[in-house]
Design a protein around this ligand. Structure first.
Ligand SMILES: [Zn+2]
Ligand SMILES: [Zn+2]
Length: 217
């Protein structure tokens, strides 16, 4: 079974948000540090926050490099934002066995983060045996949701109907493969609200653009 279809043309999946001197990075795929650098994400920042949605390789393969780069090149010790203690222990273990010493990062709970918006890391369903999360950002303009990887189609459709939800950064795939959102199950939803990402196939990427959806870069 194809559990985690990852398209090597696109690379892994992640995002970043800049909030004044704060850089918030969501997931760290293999080439994250280089791509963030190319996008000038590290310019004029003093703090780095990292949120990992789950421990599939296409979301964490570049985490150690990102932490090393932050410490040794940028001289910034990153904060890893988490909500569930068990997942904090998972990340700690992953970093430890890959040689990333725990004095190079700090863990901070989502409800203790001090940014100009609220961060809520919410459990979702994706892959059996893994803790997986989506992220809700809330500011005075509304709510913005990043799905991470998920197969919770009902939650995505519910967010589509909520007025205060302004944007949904949503993963899609050609099929659910039991772990993803199938494009056909959301293609009737509000195109203005969605930014689609994490495509399993180039053909799907081309199709959703042709259908009028925004796509992640
Ligand atoms: Zn995944
Ligand atoms: Zn993934």
């Amino acid at each position: 079974m194809l559990v985690e279809p990852t398209n090597i043309e696109f690379g892994g999946n992640g995002a970043f948000v800049k909030d004044n001197e704060n850089l918030i990075i969501i997931d760290a795929p293999e080439e994250a540090t280089k791509k963030l650098n190319d996008a000038k994400a590290f310019d004029n920042i003093n703090n780095i926050y990292i949120i990992i949605t789950h421990s599939h390789y296409d979301h964490v393969a570049g985490l150690g490099i990102l932490i090393w780069y932050s410490n040794f090149y940028l001289k910034i010790k990153p904060n890893i934002i988490y909500s569930k203690n068990r997942f904090k222990r998972t990340l700690n273990k992953l970093l430890k066995i890959t040689g990333v010493h725990d004095n190079l990062f700090t863990f901070i709970k989502d409800n203790e983060v001090n940014l100009s918006f609220k961060v809520d890391i919410l459990p979702t369903t994706h892959s059996k045996g893994l803790d997986c999360f989506g992220i809700m950002f809330t500011d005075n303009t509304g709510k913005y949701y990043y799905t991470g990887d998920t197969n919770d189609i009902n939650f995505v459709r519910k967010l589509n109907d909520e007025k205060e939800v302004k944007k949904i950064y949503c993963e899609v795939a050609t099929e659910t493969y039991d772990v993803h959102i199938k494009y056909d199950d959301i293609k009737d939803l509000d195109k203005e609200k969605f930014v689609l990402m994490h495509f399993d196939k180039i053909e799907l990427y081309n199709k959703v653009k042709k259908d009028g959806f925004n796509v992640g870069k």
